[in-house]
Ligand binder design. Sequence first.
Ligand SMILES: NC(=O)c1ccc[n+]([C@@H]2O[C@H](COP(=O)([O-])OP(=O)(O)OC[C@H]3O[C@@H](n4cnc5c(N)ncnc54)[C@H](OP(=O)(O)O)[C@@H]3O)[C@@H](O)[C@H]2O)c1
Length: 239
Amino acid sequence: MRDLQGKKVVVVGGTSGIGLATAIEAADLGAEVWAVGRSAENIEKAKSVAGEGIHFAQLDVHNLEDFDQLFKDTGKFDHLVSAATGADRTMKPFMEQTAEQFSEAFNKFWGYTNVVRQGVPHIKPHGSITLVSGTPARKCNAGMSSVSCVGNAVEGLGRALALELAPIRVNVVAPGVISTGMFDWMGEKKDEILEGMTKQIPLGRAGQPWEVANAILFFMTTSYATGTCVDVDGGQLLP
Ligand SMILES: NC(=O)c1ccc[n+]([C@@H]2O[C@H](COP(=O)([O-])OP(=O)(O)OC[C@H]3O[C@@H](n4cnc5c(N)ncnc54)[C@H](OP(=O)(O)O)[C@@H]3O)[C@@H](O)[C@H]2O)c1
């Protein structure tokens, strides 16, 4: 049953894109939601589109002290989502990247480990954690080595934690190309570029944030799913 009445949900990276869509859908299903992100600017933009039942909080996943106030406010809660980008990535061949550029991408992963380490003591025993990886983990184009390695690390973490944290369930959602704020740097050409990036995949278009949020909600509400990964990628993984 897709019902989150009486549940509390924390979405880190919940002020834009996939995380914001997840926060909105969870609130629509009756949950009390905390949507968390780093910038006041994204929080203000998110407030203007979000409805009732969502609290917004400012937090940087790399600053452990920020989590204290958040979890004081939430008290014990049911479902934790880690969807923060949390890092810059350098998209060029591995041999053309400096070690620093390659390592920087892993700040997404270290952010996720902070979210889990700080969050788990506050999750109710039959709650869940959903992490967001990405299609490049298992289908990597040239120039995407750092993103691919980070995605694999996230998926490995999900499986390892599912063993260690049970009965808390831990799962991963792997999006393909989704039209979110992550691509705002493309400016006016964003739609055109995303169209070009996805025209060869079976569904022939970029995904929308709510289409990925739907899979995250699946894991919150599916009490027998743990240690697994769902791809929401328009068929991009097919040969
Ligand atoms: N969109 C895609 O095509 C795609 C594909 C594969 C995987 N993903 C993954 O999906 C997840 C969600 O991305 P998205 O596409 O929804 O991107 P987005 O629209 O840019 O949203 C990212 C969210 O993370 C927050 N955030 C970034 N750095 C943070 C930090 N240090 N501390 C706390 N919050 C932080 C952002 O808010 P602030 O910037 O204000 O902090 C925002 O709320 C990411 O892990 C991304 O790698 C996305």
